[in-house]
Design a protein around this ligand. Sequence first.
Ligand code: NAD
Ligand code: TYD
Length: 354
Amino acid sequence: MKNVLITGGAGFIGANFVHYLHKVEPQTRLINLDALTYAGSTENLKSMADSSRHIFLKGDICDIKQVSQIMREYSIDTIIHFAAESHVDRSIIGPAPFIQTNVVGTFTLLEAAKQAWGQERSGKLFHHVSTDEVYGSLSPEEPAFQETTAYDPRSPYSASKASSDHLVRAYFHTYDLPVTITNCSNNYGPYQFPEKLIPLIILNALQGKPLPVYGDGKQIRDWLYVEDHCEAIHLVLHKGKLGETYNVGGGNQPYNIDLVNKICSLLDELKPATDKYSLLITHVTDRLGHDRRYAMDTKKIGTELGWQPKHDLDSGLKKTVEWYLANMDWAAKISKDRDFQAWIDKNYFKRGEN
Ligand code: NAD
Ligand code: TYD
């Protein structure tokens, strides 16, 4: 039996990955370490409650004592590191937790892995989950990011993730720690915390609230359905080359405003209201330093490992909107239990004052 430590497994992508791995690897034990910040919730793991192969531990990746103890107690052979502060807007208003969790937390995990595994590297792997945002922002004509594109992070979030990527590579080159890295574009799908664009738009629309679009709405993200990301990570775990980085992306690059309109049309079809949902669209003050465009070149993972996303934007968005419609009780709990309203006030009603 393999013993996999998943950090941040109560968050959006982490929880989806826990469900995925639990299904595809019946011989694997999943140790899920999560601090349950505002972004993490055991509501995302309810279907795991009866599993003896999923062990949830509440804890902080910055706590070297706890992480080292987990490495020993559960004989961890694989670490899949999702835990992070992940929201760009929050990093603009308060960057300190981003440095703590994303930089110090990743460093702590690397140290714990190095100490626990020593010279015994066979069958061991530290997989780091990162983002396309480390590469900076593209103009409309520039080619998509490749693994060799120079890092150019521009928000406190992306700078902290870039820093963590550098540390992971440094541990590979300096200490021979067996590592792989994936840099992925914007994910969407079930269990995404409603501060991010897609769930925010779906849930605001259903409540008849304004749909806030930053600036002119002509920014571009490369959207990927979360299950396709899980498959890519799984492939890298088993077939990836040590020390290598793989870019992962959806190949779907709409303007934000077109994406929001697409969600509105889907809602018009699946949950018709008196008026068209698009009438709720409201342009608001732009994000500071807003990156204009991201796009991923996924040739490497495609040709070397045979990965391709299974969902295009239409099929992935439809599944996502249907999931939120079927899980309104989840959404109500997630947005009520936390400081979510305080965040909405700060980010939208006091925009420009921060
Ligand atoms: P998320 O914010 O939904 O979840 C993060 C999880 O980490 C939460 O469960 C939180 O409780 C936990 N966490 C935070 N600080 C912690 C700490 N100190 N110790 C232990 N747990 C802690 O994030 P997500 O969207 O699921 O992203 C997961 C990873 O994927 C992140 O590393 C992020 O940078 C990366 N990523 C995300 C996207 C995206 O579109 N969401 C795209 C590319 C890469
Ligand atoms: P987001 O989901 O926060 O992800 P990221 O900043 O990591 O790309 O935002 C996606 C895009 O949507 C980004 O260009 C910012 C924009 N956006 C809005 O226009 N309105 C919003 O209310 C939010 C949260 C984001």
